[in-house]
Design a protein around this ligand. Sequence first.
Ligand code: CO
Length: 159
Amino acid sequence: MSTKRILTIGEPLLRTASHPVKKFDARLSMILRDMAQTMYDAEGVGLAAPQIGLMRRIVVIDVGDGLVELINPEIIDSQGECAMVEGCLSVPGRRGYVIRPEKVKVRAQDKKGHFFELEGEGLLGRALQHEIDHLNGVLYVDLMEHEVFDEEEAEEVEA
Ligand code: CO
């Protein structure tokens, strides 16, 4: 396993759409392990493959309930609306207030290629949307209402 360098805003790969994963092989498992280690080392709750310069539709998330690995994830349903403060490992030192659907349903594949569905609200719902945006070259700063400088915000996601 190894920790990868996390690309930061301004690097063109962060603005590029990633390709679907077609091979569910040992290399994919290795990428997932490296991504999880990189996320944990950076103390983020999520990481998308383009953040380490790998243009594949792969996401890891851990909002405190264990590691979730998502290959080729797609949002198939969303409900409600909520505001939350988001940060991003690729936008260091900044945070912003973003309004998004409160709850999402995602369809994805696991590392063996099996399809599954996952529902998330709260931090998980937020992390799912934030990471899937990365796969499309979208950063939270594109969506935010305004930047946040106050240290006393209640709910926050750094992904
Ligand atoms: Co991010």
